[in-house]
Design a protein around this ligand. Sequence first.
Ligand code: G6P
Length: 586
Amino acid sequence: MCSILGLAGDHDIASTLIESLKKMEYRGYDSVGVAIKDKSDILVKKGVGKVNVVNHDLSMDKMSGFTGIGHTRWATHGKVTKENAHPHMCNTNSVGVVHNGIIENYVELRKDLENNHGITFKSSTDTEVIPNLLQIYFERLHDVKKAIMATVKKLKGHYAFVALFKTGELAGVKNHEPLILGVGRTDLLLTSDVVGLPDDISSAIYLENNQFVIIKERKHKIFDFEGNVAQFVVKTIPKNYQNVTKESHKYFTEKEIFEQPETILVAGNDEEHLDKIADLIHNSDYVYVTGSGTSYNIAVIAKYLFSRFAGKKVEHVMASEAKYSSQYLIPNSTLFAISQSGESADVLEAVSIGKKKNFKIISMINSENSSLARESVFSIGLNCGPEIGVAATKSFTSQMAILYKIVNKLCDGCIDVNFKVISEAYASILSDVSEIQKLVKDIKDIQNLFVIGRGIHYPIAKEAALKIKEITYIHSEGIAAGELKHGPLALMDGSAYVLVINPDDDSYVDNISTVNEIKSRDAKVIGVSNKPDANYDYWIPIPTVDPALYPLVEIVSLQLIAYYLAVERGIDPDYPKNLAKSVTVK
Ligand code: G6P
């Protein structure tokens, strides 16, 4: 989603702001812009494209001034154009705003501002109403605090924004979208995520919903929307969230895939919370598991793992669909919400639906300060460090590892899972990617790639297909292998490619029959398996492990196929078009 930044320092801040914007690009990268207050005016520079490109053209980092705001956009309202890029200024050029989220009533606000206040709009965004409202109220009330309180009374929807006033104040407002105030020795930085903080800021205040902060002469005051002074806690930012770099890797996606031998060892390393979560699941009559995208695939995997190994029925609910099936959700149940970011709007909505039904909320998150963690009675951390690549990779294996740990508690250790063995299996896959590199060279121009698997390998097939479409732009579908004959077989011919997830477990024999059916129609088969087969046109070998553990292992080879295919097709896998890492709108 969009990233918003506001920086107040005692030096020219433009270059620091640009460095922070680069770190925040994973939230949106359609366009970028900054507004800096110099001695008398607010100057704006913005353009379409990534930070480096726009900065190269406009030298945003050379602007002078001690206070400024910045934005990277993931378009919601209005096309990807310079006019729609943030910051947006009010008509008198005295207030600039960067915004994340949606102003639901912007059409009526816009009409009112046009008809009754003579405001002319320059963009088609919902954002532009905010600086104009702030300016009108500021002119009327002569006070930034009062102007913000009056403005937020008018706005509907979930949003966070940062406003820069010509009078020198910087203000940040939070309403259901993330906003954090980094507190440094000289600088104060408002940001959507701690990842945006410069290296020398290691403390931060997480604003609560319906709070705003006003920064003047580098001093900050926090208020609630009623104007009362708010209490706050200054937290220390974990070291691994500061100065996140690609290290020796070409892309964050590659780095994150290759980190998995280490991250798998620390996933959910908190016995107390694992016990609490396992107890709650054990004692609940009904358990729903929810998530979006990759995290939803984990919810489906949870259903297979819990029922097969712990005899516990859990039901998965796609977060974005929760409100359409809420009448079927049984009150007083447990909702296990899964989200890497802990900020996905759809997941938070599912949680709020659950709360209305008196659900107990438990969660799996990667950031202990995320909104989801704060909504939960217990959370368990992935501990896999910041994930920047838009396609979730290491967070997926960490989420799965935590599921295995919880299930093992419910079934008294019935799964023989040793994460050192898994880590070694990862290291072995990552140490030789030659077969995958050969494969992607051959298939780089295909239009469709079907991924099939049975049982628990079906959601893994869905996850692999999601990775492939996200970062390679090849159409890919994850299909339950047995369903191929009920429709998709019509698509098999000499030009079709099918990737079969085929470890040597109880799905193996049936899969080989399906492979034969595919081969009879001349389609090409890519087998991801610990056993070769004469019918495979390509064999991507995986290590042999306990049959219960193949889902944890095979996914790494599938991530690598998607990654190297993206690179082979000349696509930057970290920033696939139209997507964002953390989707904080519905
Ligand atoms: C976005 C990302 C996906 C991710 C999904 C859920 O759509 O592009 O990669 O799986 O959000 O994210 P979450 O942070 O809730 O796990």
